[in-house]
Design a protein around this ligand. Structure first.
Ligand code: AP5
Ligand code: ZN
Length: 215
């Protein structure tokens, strides 16, 4: 199964990706997590993308497409994968299509902008795994600590309100056109299957809807 989770920043892609990948035994491929790991490691890629990420801009399509091609060639992707945060522009989706990589299912998680600003303000993250919590809606068992490792949780550098609003405006101008792109592809070819989930409700409610769409 090859899936794409599509949705605005803070829509809950990372949160739901955790459940889906466990259930289907496929890896989660989050370009955001991969780039944050590179920034943390201060690798050449990390140094190149640090500023763009902190200010909430998009990393260039060439860099992203290169990263993805390298990642999906790895053994653990043989039975499929879940893209979280990729593709994010029409050229990225076209690169995927032109490389002959067929997607079985696109799941769009739809959440409005004001809800998103509140969610992101309360987000906390375990940097090593990318596991995500919310101080009210999805709290860790022990405040400030990751459930599985007990390590400290942090706030992402790009989660300041002003930066979130900038990320949202980029989502509307550059990523939203992918909705029509995949809906058209789905209508013409019958694949990928396209499902829209209303992303407001508890984490468990959204998971149930996502799993129902996948069955
Ligand atoms: P990335 O890491 O992909 O960030 P994003 O798309 O902006 O999405 P987020 O991770 O902010 O949100 P999410 O949908 O995963 O929500 P989450 O589950 O955490 O990208 C970061 C940056 O990297 C980009 O800005 C760009 O610079 C670069 N980049 C990455 N990919 C790129 C690409 N392909 N091309 C170019 N540049 C790229 O949930 C959010 C919060 O809400 C959490 O606190 C969570 O606990 C809470 N929550 C989740 N579900 C619910 C619920 N149902 N109710 C209440 N709260 C909830
Ligand atoms: Zn995420």
């Amino acid at each position: 199964m090859r899936m794409i989770l599509l949705g605005a920043p803070g829509a809950g892609k990372g949160t739901q990706a955790g459940f889906i990948t466990k259930k289907f035994g496929i890896p989660q491929i989050s370009t955001g997590d991969m780039l944050r790991a590179a920034v943390k490691a201060e690798s050449p890629l990390g140094l190149q993308v640090k500023n763009v990420m902190e200010t909430g801009g998009l990393v260039s399509d060439d860099i992203i497409i290169g990263l993805i091609k390298e990642r999906i060639a790895q053994d653990d992707c043989a039975n499929g994968f879940l893209f979280d945060g990729f593709p994010r522009t029409i050229p990225q989706a076209e690169a995927l299509r032109d490389a002959g990589i067929e997607i079985d299912h696109v799941i769009e998680i739809a959440v409005d902008d004001e809800e998103i600003v509140g969610r992101i303000a309360g987000r906390r993250m375990h940097p090593a795994s990318g596991r995500t919590y919310h101080i009210e809606h999805n709290p860790p068992k022990v405040a400030g600590k990751d459930d599985e490792t007990g390590e400290d949780l942090i706030q992402r550098d790009d989660d300041k309100e002003e930066t979130v609003r900038h990320r949202l405006s980029i989502y509307h101008s550059q990523t939203k056109p992918l909705i029509a792109f995949y809906q058209e592809l789905s209508a013409v070819n019958g694949t990928p299957k396209y499902s829209t989930i209303e992303g407001v409700g508890t984490v468990e409610e959204i998971t149930a809807q996502v799993l129902a769409a996948l069955n």
